[in-house]
Design a protein around this ligand. Structure first.
Ligand code: TRP
Ligand code: ZN
Length: 459
């Protein structure tokens, strides 16, 4: 294409992108309230909170068999934009509706196709203290995605059904989420987190993620993002006499990432993907060293046969243990990852919305830091939450109190995704911590628009 033709093509795709973003915010709300066996909501009132049940692994496997059938009937996968995904969402929603959950299909659009998160609330509990549990329901296009992540989806589904069977009346509110489009970059969970007001985000005390919990050559990995949640799972497995290791693949690989970036405490379990099991790991967990935890990761052979029943069983029971413990107010109150946001402590936030003019002048938002001693750290965390329909338009700098600029992000004609919801690390160790820091944001290209939702500094 000639230069002007390229520019016209870019312009066209930008216009389409903006239109899509405008319709994508409409959620399809479907609310059902039924209790199993014809029980009424009041018949469970006052029932004491009992110990977590053993989640029947046969039931978890029955859900996996259904997800396998759905994939088989729909071209072999349950991927974003394919019929197998919607059928998976309908299956999960149907089970939850029949068990008395309040469910919503939260619609969004990605890459020209509509998709849905399934959000299920268990009626009752204090919503100001919400415990949320999630797994992604989409597969890659290569296969049916039974371990990745049918396993987590089925594990949390059966745990949700166990909550219903027990008639649990938790002190805290319980919410479950099945995410779409994780495999394209956590699109569904990002949409969900972005759809919450700051007030609603702050009501989520903990988010637990389960992405791959039945790997055929399993490991027992516990997310190490939050000390209280990490300890909760480690205690459960030490009670079983099963060793664990911290999940070290980084925080960017699954749906806990957007929650963590929003300052929510996160935890979770993982039985391993494409990494190779070492001899030491095989010695403590069994299985085969020198082989991947899941040799069918993102492949057509990720079928119902690609599951280790023992790992699936233990991890499903661990989910129930965590939910029962946290929902009753036990397990310690997790503080947000990575550090507590106590006033006068490490975290300073400005949550005032600030419009960013389209192709306009830079705007700045200030945070005044006081009460600290010495310089800022070499790992100053700059959390940025910008809602925008084309983030490639944005140039972002952090300005130290003396005016020194640290470039956080350049503009890019190719970066067509929306929103900036991330944490940058800046070496600000040459600057005094106290004083007025500024976030400077400029939209340098015409068409798409947005605003700064909030930003924060973690010292
Ligand atoms: N769905 C994730 C992915 O495809 C699976 C995964 C790989 C994962 N490594 C992880 C999930 C570490 C949690 C933690 O990348
Ligand atoms: Zn996954």
């Amino acid at each position: 294409m000639s230069e002007p033709a390229v520019r016209r093509a870019i312009r066209r795709s930008r216009v389409r992108r903006a239109a899509v973003a405008a319709v994508a915010v409409t959620a399809v709300a479907v609310t059902t309230f039924l209790l199993p066996g014809g029980a009424s909501a009041s018949s469970t009132a006052g029932r004491p909170a009992l110990a977590a049940p053993d989640v029947p692994v046969a039931n978890v496997k029955a859900h996996l068999a259904q997800l396998q059938s759905i994939a088989t009937a729909n071209g072999g996968n349950r991927a974003h934009g394919r019929a197998g995904y919607k059928a998976s969402a309908d299956y999960v929603k149907g089970k939850l509706d029949a068990a008395g959950f309040t469910t919503v299909l939260q619609a969004y659009t990605y890459n020209g196709a509509t998709s849905w998160n399934v959000i299920a609330d268990w009626p009752g509990g204090d919503t100001a203290h919400t415990v949320m549990v999630g797994a992604h329901l989409d597969s890659v296009t290569a296969g049916p995605g039974i371990n990745d992540d049918g396993s987590g989806s089925a594990g949390i589904l059966e745990t949700a059904l166990a909550v219903s069977r027990a008639g649990l009346q938790p002190a805290k509110h319980l919410r479950f989420g099945w995410w779409g489009t994780e495999e394209a970059g956590m699109v569904g969970s990002k949409n969900y987190v972005n759809s919450l007001s700051s007030a609603d985000r702050s009501k989520i005390e903990a988010y637990l993620n389960f992405d791959m919990i039945g790997s055929p050559n399993p490991g027992y990995f516990v997310y190490d993002d939050n000390a209280a949640l990490d300890t909760l799972f480690k205690n459960y497995f030490s009670g079983l006499g099963v060793a664990t290791e911290p999940e070290t693949e980084g925080d960017g690989r699954s749906d806990h990432s957007p929650f963590k970036n929003a300052g929510i405490a996160v935890g979770g379990l993982f039985s391993g993907a494409d990494y190779i099991k070492t001899a030491a790991q095989a010695a403590k967990w069994g299985g085969t060293s020198g082989q991947a935890f899941d040799r069918c990761y993102h492949a057509s052979c990720d079928t119902s046969a690609n599951i280790d029943d023992t790992a699936l069983d233990r991890m499903s029971d661990a989910i129930a243990y965590a939910i029962w413990t946290l929902a009753a107010g036990g397990g310690g109150t997790p503080s947000p990852s990575p550090s507590p946001s106590t006033p006068g402590g490490n975290v300073f936030e400005n949550a005032a919305d600030l419009a960013i003019p389209d192709a306009g002048a830079a705007v700045t938002s200030s945070i005044t830091v006081s009460g600290r001693t010495g310089n800022a750290p070499a790992t100053l965390q700059v959390g940025v939450d910008i809602k925008h329909t084309w983030r490639g338009d944005l140039v972002i700098d952090l300005l130290a109190p003396d005016g020194t600029a640290y470039r956080l992000k350049n503009s890019s004609g190719n970066d067509s995704a929306d929103n900036v919801l991330t944490t940058y690390t800046v070496n600000a160790s040459a600057k005094a911590a106290n004083g007025t820091w500024k976030l400077k944001v400029q939209d340098v290209a015409a068409q798409d628009t947005g605003y700064l939702d909030s930003w924060k500094l973690t010292f």
